[in-house]
Each structure stands twice: as structure tokens, then as C-alpha cells.
Design a protein around this ligand. Structure first.
Ligand SMILES: [Zn+2]
Length: 65
């Protein structure tokens, strides 16, 4: 099943999913605009989750829905 990611509301950039290891896997969605303003990071921090689906849900929630 494909998850739809809303575009970044700060700059309209394309989002990308990320994960890394930090005492367990952590998932997040990040704005992939190379010229993104610092405010794009707010959505990235907000979306961080141990659950990849939750990270996507929180990203979309931050973008307004
Ligand atoms: Zn952005």
C-alpha cells in the first residue's frame, strides 16, 4: 500500500521518508527541497516516530489535515 505524502506547506517541496537508528529505528518525513528554509524542519521534527505509518500520519497532519 502506498502512502500519500502531502507536499511541504512551508515551501511546496517534495517530502521524502527517512529512518535511522537511535536506540531503535526512528522514522520521519523530511522536506527534500535543497533550498528549503529552516522552518521546514518543524514538520520533520514533528513527524518523528518509532512507527513509519505514524511518521507519515504526523507529517500529513502538520501539513494541514
Ligand atoms: Zn519545505
Amino acid at each position: 500500500m502506498r502512502e500519500n505524502l502531502k507536499p511541504c506547506k512551508k515551501c511546496g517541496g517534495k517530502p521524502v521518508r527517512e529512518h535511522w537508528y537511535s536506540g531503535g529505528l526512528v522514522f520521519a518525513v523530511r522536506c527534500d527541497n535543497p533550498d528549503r528554509p529552516d522552518t521546514c524542519s518543524e514538520a520533520f521534527y514533528y513527524s518523528r516516530s518509532k512507527d513509519p505509518k505514524e511518521a507519515i500520519r504526523k507529517w500529513n497532519e502538520f501539513q494541514g489535515g
